[in-house]
Design a protein around this ligand. Structure first.
Ligand SMILES: Nc1ncnc2c1ncn2[C@@H]1O[C@H](COP(=O)(O)OP(=O)(O)OP(=O)(O)O)[C@@H](O)[C@H]1O
Ligand SMILES: Cc1ncc(CO)c(N)n1
Length: 269
């Protein structure tokens, strides 16, 4: 059984963060583990508050896992301040963690800052150089590459800039542009486009968390980077197509659509 670790924040309503990551791992039939960095109070209408765990507690969780278990892939989500970022980076380096998928979470869909403004430079200098792949959305890519991305050509330019900062693979997600949901990968040499059809729904809570966790699960299973992204893009496309409402605001995607097939075996008495 492949073992995948998420280092991220808790989302009380279960659509994003640690909860989305663990659901995604389960749906990919890998064994999921979690390091909680922050506890958020949030629902489908937004993030109400966030409480960061002390770095000592985060460090103890990471040491507990790596001192005992061989981790096949790591997904990094919400790390809210520069002390947490440098602690996580130092420990992942120390334990020689492999297949690190960095989702540089910065701001929630409702506008709550999940990363302090002054921590972006720490994310760039500490985490980008050690990750296997970084998966920013347009807004995050703008801040990291200092650009104003408007189209696919701009996405390509930003990919190259972020690759120069030390990320081996860069996947910029086009969910926030208009038209099709096209994600662009740069592998240091060339570009790949992963094209999804834009689905008209408000229920897209946790799409970024889900995509990055799926990539980590697929890398753990041994697929190469392009195959891992391609499978994960299919997974998120189906998960959004089957998304649903659970409250008044932005609902979650369906991690387990594949398990909801039509029942073919009935019983008789
Ligand atoms: N309406 C949509 N239809 C189809 N695909 C979508 C849609 N919205 C987002 N996606 C896809 O979902 C994935 C996540 O992208 P997105 O840009 O939403 O991430 P994000 O902003 O980091 O998400 P999060 O809200 O979790 O922070 C990408 O593959 C993107 O193309
Ligand atoms: C804890 C958490 N991580 C990530 C996101 C993504 O937006 C969120 N809303 N909450």
């Amino acid at each position: 059984m492949k073992k995948v670790l998420t280092i991220a924040g808790s989302d009380s309503c279960g659509g994003a963060g640690i909860q989305a990551d663990l659901k995604t791992f389960s749906a990919h039939l890998v064994y999921g583990m979690s390091i909680i960095t922050s506890v958020t109070a949030q629902n489908t209408q937004g993030v109400i508050d966030a409480y960061d765990l002390p770095v000592e507690v985060i460090e103890k969780q990471i040491r507990a896992i790596f001192n005992d278990i061989n981790v096949d892939a790591v997904k990094i989500g919400m790390l809210s301040n520069s002390r947490i970022i440098s602690t996580v980076a130092d420990l992942l380096k120390f334990y020689r963690a492999k297949n690190i998928v960095l989702d540089p979470v910065m701001i929630s869909k409702s506008g709550f800052k999940l990363l302090k403004d002054d921590a972006i430079s720490s994310l760039i200098s500490n985490l980008i150089p050690i990750c296997t792949i970084i998966t920013p959305n347009i807004h995050e890519a703008n801040l990291i590459a200092q650009m104003d991305i408007k189209n696919i050509d701009d996405m390509k330019k930003a990919c190259r800039i972020i690759n120069d900062l030390g990320a081996r693979y860069v996947l910029i997600k086009g969910g926030h542009l208009n038209d099709d949901a096209i994600d662009v990968l740069f592998d240091g040499k060339g570009y790949y486009q992963f094209k999804g059809n834009r689905i008209k729904t408000k229920n897209t809570h946790g799409t970024g968390c889900t995509l990055s966790s799926a990539i980590a699960a697929n890398l753990a299973k041994g697929f190469d980077i392009v195959e891992s992204i391609s499978k994960s893009k299919n997974y998120i496309q189906n998960a959004i197509e089957n998304s649903f409402s659970i409250g008044l605001g932005v609902g979650p995607v369906d991690h387990f659509y594949e398990f909801r097939g039509v029942e073919v075996i009935k019983y008789e008495r």
